[in-house]
Design a protein around this ligand. Structure first.
Ligand SMILES: [Zn+2]
Length: 116
């Protein structure tokens, strides 16, 4: 099993700091590699739930995986209608308007409150 094709130049440029870890996992037998990946995913998903405020954890200053994912997300959703500093009276939403994950959660919470 190869979890990531190391020959992928895009991968190498974007994740140079992770190549050694990926090489290690790729060197393991498949069952052990799957166990390692499952353990890492459990940590990443837990950190995402803490980082998004879905669950509480007193040690939330150790969210390194979440912070990486959040940085990528913010880069991708940088033009969120609600996060941008715009005058909502001048800029009306249209089919190209984007809303980031955090604002979607905020809107969802508001709609839940309104409908309760
Ligand atoms: Zn937003």
């Amino acid at each position: 099993m190869t979890i990531i094709k190391m020959s992928d130049e895009k991968y190498k440029r974007a994740n140079a700091d992770l190549i050694e870890a990926v090489n290690f996992v790729n060197s393991l037998d498949e069952k052990l590699a799957n166990d390692v990946i499952a353990a890492v995913m459990a940590v990443v998903l837990y950190q995402c739930r803490v980082g998004l405020g879905l669950i509480e954890d007193d040690d939330d200053d150790k969210l390194s995986y979440f912070e990486r994912i959040d940085a990528i997300y913010r880069e991708a959703a940088g033009d969120c209608y609600f996060c941008m500093d715009i005058d909502p009276n001048e800029v009306k939403p249209d089919d190209n308007t984007r809303v980031c994950m955090f604002c979607r959660i905020k809107l969802n919470n508001i709609f839940k409150l309104i409908n309760s």
